[in-house]
Design a protein around this ligand. Structure first.
Ligand code: GSH
Length: 202
């Protein structure tokens, strides 16, 4: 049995999307933020006290991208995990790129425009985060000049992982992507997948 610990409105959402995309049966244990995630019974599963965490028939994994790469490689071979080895390496590259190049400046924007209580928000920091996003967004915009998806004509784990990071900005109305039209269309294209609607029913 596969168990995924964490609520959809957190980084666990990207793992729930991967599970849905792969059509796997799983149990979602709705561990939430501070409090829930620091209870001794959860710390015994993930000593970091963060969500998500995966239990794949006894294999315990933390880190959302590691979880998604594991799931794609184990259960999505030839599909969301491409058959070509160079493409598999590209999936890993783009997933790490999303975590290191996109997520930190984006979190700065979101913390200071959405997540922190209003008195603690700092628009100067939000603008610095926005400025930090410009270069990576342009990298993705350029890659998409001759293709619908990051690796080519097919949706892969690279799209799912990068989209699951980047889409939070526009989804929360806190990030303008109108300067990168191809990226904006890619966000919509990936965002229309039925598997994602199953994680976040409207
Ligand atoms: N790099 C980790 C970050 C995990 C993380 O910080 N998760 C947040 C929720 S999005 C969390 O657990 N926050 C609650 C806490 O730290 O108690 C990952 O991608 O899995």
């Amino acid at each position: 049995m596969i168990k995924l610990y964490g609520i959809p409105a957190s980084r666990a959402g990207r793992c729930l999307w991967m599970l849905q995309e792969l059509g796997l049966e799983y149990e979602n244990v709705p561990v939430s933020f501070l409090g829930d995630s620091r209870k001794p019974e959860y710390l015994a599963i993930n000593p970091n006290g963060h969500i998500p965490c995966l239990d794949d028939n006894g294999l315990i994994l933390f880190e959302s991208m590691a979880i998604n790469l594991h799931l794609a490689r184990t259960y999505g071979a030839g599909g969301i995990w491409p058959a070509d080895e160079a493409d598999q390496s590209r999936v890993i590259q783009w997933s790490i790129w999303g975590m290191t190049e996109v997520e930190p400046p984006l979190m700065t924007v979101l913390m200071n425009r959405a997540f922190l209580p209003e008195p603690q928000r700092d628009e100067t920091k939000a603008e610095a985060g926005e400025a930090g996003l410009k270069a990576p967004l342009q990298v993705l915009e350029d890659v998409l000049k001759d293709r619908d998806y990051i690796l080519g004509s097919e949706f892969t784990a690279a799209d799912l992982n990068v989209h699951s990071i980047l889409s939070w900005g526009p989804a929360l109305g806190r990030m303008d992507v109108s300067d990168t039209a191809r990226l904006a269309r890619w966000l919509t294209r990936c965002g229309e997948r039925p598997s994602l609607a199953r994680v976040y029913p409207s």
